[in-house]
Design a protein around this ligand. Structure first.
Ligand SMILES: [Zn+2]
Length: 342
């Protein structure tokens, strides 16, 4: 549980108030930042949507304010910080002045950037963009260090460039093709020599007036398909601690496990197992060396009712070698997107 502090009043300036969002439990809320000193920014979460317009106005006007009857809780994102929770009982008052000046958070770039600008911004910087959605891909479940997360890649464009944006969890399937959005607090990434954007817990998207005249989508390469037999295979099992997600060395003969990193004891069944591997596949006229990750391997295992082989990679490898023919589809990085018996 989050630790609760006793103070119940904060003073400062509001920044970056989000549009109203709907939580998984179907409550409306919005977030923002509260500058409580020259360089101190706290996350603010407000569960009372009737405060949205006054908070928005105070943000735009850079009004010095005090909010009474708030709860301060330990931040989930940074345990050294506190978050400020605002509810229907909280009251915002305008104060005459504060002992510090309104100051932009250097981590939040309130200014809209063009996609061409972003090509020159280093990794892991927060940026806001106003873009048109050109294409949306089907959502997938990916394994992020042992946690399964929903992800969806979309292609966005403005007048200067196109760029991939990876949406995670709450934002998956919320943006529609050909509509335009202001997307705030995305983060820049760089992978395989390509700059792209990813959503973070603070990312918000708000539909805006349609943007015309955007850069055209690049011509896409289709996934390749190959049908053949598997000539060599190596499947690896990775077990991680259910608490800290660091690598776990589990003695399969015991039922309990204590993590070397976080020292938490747990049942072996509480650890997380992921699989990945390499497959060499050969048809009459072609051979490929491919990589397969947990989600695709698991989809295959479940589809074939092979759950009992999940913990026995030797037998799983033999299953691949013993079957006549497989059909695989894979991308330009030789990563398998799907595999099935042919
Ligand atoms: Zn651990």
């Amino acid at each position: 549980m989050a630790k609760r502090e006793r103070e119940d009043e904060v003073a400062g300036y509001l920044h970056a108030v989000s549009p109203i969002k709907i939580s998984k439990s179907n409550n409306s809320y919005f977030v923002g930042k509260l500058q409580t000193d020259t360089n101190v920014f706290k996350k603010m979460v407000c569960f009372d949507q009737s405060k949205h317009s006054s908070f928005h106005e105070a943000t735009a006007a850079k009004t010095p304010i005090k909010i009474c009857n708030v709860r301060k809780v330990q931040s989930r994102e940074d345990s050294a910080k506190v978050d400020v929770l605002v509810n229907a009982k909280s009251q915002m008052h305008v104060v005459r002045s504060l002992t510090f000046q309104h100051h932009a958070d250097d981590n939040v770039d309130d200014e809209n950037k063009s996609l061409a600008d972003i090509l020159h911004i280093p990794e892991k910087n927060k940026v806001s963009v106003s873009v048109k959605v050109l294409e949306v891909e089907k959502d997938t479940v990916v394994d992020v260090r042992g946690t399964l997360m929903q992800k969806q890649d979309i292609l966005i464009a403005d007048s200067t460039a196109t760029m991939k944006l990876s949406l995670w969890d709450n934002l998956v399937n919320t943006l529609e093709p050909l509509k335009s959005y202001k997307i705030e607090n995305t983060s820049t990434r760089f992978f395989n020599n390509v700059k792209f954007l990813t959503s973070t817990k603070e990312t918000t998207a708000e539909q805006i007036e349609p943007i015309e005249n955007v850069a055209p989508a690049p011509i896409k390469k289709e996934n390749q398909k190959l049908t053949g037999n598997i000539t060599q295979v190596n499947i690896n099992k990775n077990i991680t601690c259910g608490n800290c997600r660091k690598k776990a060395t589990v003695d399969q003969t015991t039922l309990m496990f204590r993590c070397n990193f976080c020292a938490m004891k747990q049942k072996v069944t509480s650890t997380i197992t992921t699989l990945h591997g390499n497959l060499n596949i050969k048809s009459d006229d072609r051979a490929e060396k491919l990589t397969i990750f947990h989600a695709q391997l698991t989809a295959f295992i479940v589809g074939q009712n092979l759950e009992d082989l999940k913990n026995d990679t030797e037998r799983l490898e033999e299953f691949f070698l013993n079957k006549e023919s497989f059909e695989v589809s894979f991308d330009d990085d030789k990563i398998i997107q799907s595999i099935q018996l042919a």
